[in-house]
Design a protein. Structure first.
Length: 340
């Protein structure tokens, strides 16, 4: 099967998944055991039947659930996710404002995970049962076991409050003007604008949140890479390469790592989706104005359009990230395209 046919086949498989996502997000958001009217109207307004009826009609809460769902899907297909009850703005506009910040943070977190986790896993496998292997496994264990909220607070206390090496919460210092918005990601927008001061300051603000968010994934990637590399280094083709006198570094990085990286690549796709949806604590601790803080605020007020918008966008990104991982599988190993 050609790469093009492989991609088309994967895209067709995505369609029923997307339909299922819309159904699940709709049902789950409406199964929350609370009343959005009580959350958004005052006590006096709740006691006025005319105000309650007007509110329910305005937000479509007086329609049967099947009709609400069909309307929801129809509006999504036309780029309309409704109007947020909390902000009184189109949900699409809110997501455009908040989502890029979460993507920026998640990309930084996954980059940290890869830059630290993959080399640690490779070195641990190449030096199996030696001190460096024990050190790498210890680092991965700490990354996996440390709670995100505790790590974020400790990093702030140590590097910001005590040592003064890192800036405080937020994406920029208060005396810095944000660059013109192109992507919504301050680092990228600073590069586009050629503003080196904003770029440096935004990178400094990004370090601690990225370490906090990526620590768990770093530990998992380290362990997965080590396990895959240990298995790859025990294969016959590796022993043959050694017998032919191929350099050790070439064997590890050119032959073993290429095959061992496929399971890690699966993990990266899953991890990126989990970072997007799991950034709530990190964004709260570091006052990061992303989709996590937006989701927390709107969920507390039972803002159905916003809740469904956040869930839908996060799930869709998750699906397409894993689609990209599937395509990379086909590039790295053509046998996967043939199902062999």
């Amino acid at each position: 099967m050609s790469l093009g046919s492989f991609i088309v086949r994967r895209l067709l498989l995505v369609i029923p998944v997307l339909i299922g996502i819309t159904l699940v997000t709709f049902v789950v958001s409406h199964e929350v055991p609370a009343d959005p009217i009580a959350a958004n109207l005052g006590q006096r307004a709740q006691n006025d039947p005319s105000i309650v009826a007007q509110y329910r009609h305005e937000w479509g809460l007086d329609q049967p659930l099947p009709r609400q769902y069909l309307t929801y899907v129809w509006n999504i297909l036309h780029g309309d996710m409704g109007v947020s009850i909390t902000t009184d703005r189109p949900v699409v506009d809110d997501l455009k404002q908040y989502f890029p910040a979460t993507v920026e943070l998640s990309l930084a977190g996954i980059l940290f995970s890869l830059l630290v986790g993959v080399p640690l896993g490779v070195v641990a496998a190449a030096r199996r049962d030696r001190p460096v292997d024990h050190l790498a496994r210890g680092v991965s264990l700490i990354g996996v076991a440390t709670p995100t909220f505790w790590l974020g607070l400790m990093l702030l206390v140590l590097f910001y409050a005590k040592l003064g090496w890192a800036p405080g919460p937020g994406q920029l210092d208060a005396d810095y003007a944000p660059p013109p918005v192109h992507t919504g990601m301050i680092v990228i927008d600073s590069i586009i604008a050629g503003d080196t001061d904003d770029l440096q300051n935004s990178l400094e603000h990004l370090i601690l949140p990225a370490l906090t968010l990526g620590s768990y994934t770093m530990g998992i990637i380290t362990r997965m890479t080590r396990s895959s590399m240990v298995e790859a280094l025990s294969q016959d083709y590796i022993r043959t390469a050694r017998a032919k006198g191929v350099r050790r570094g070439w064997i590890i990085y050119r032959h073993a790592l290429r095959n061992a990286f496929i399971p890690t690549l699966t993990l990266v796709g899953l991890a990126f989706g989990s970072l997007l949806s799991g950034a709530v604590l990190t964004e709260t601790i570091f006052s990061w104005q992303g989709i996590g803080s937006y989701a927390t605020r709107t969920a507390s007020l039972l803002d159905y359009p916003a809740i469904m918008g956040v869930a839908l966008v996060t799930a869709v990104v998750y699906v397409f990230v894993n689609l990209a991982v599937d395509v990379l599988y086909g590039v790295l190993n053509p046998q996967i395209r043939t199902g062999r």
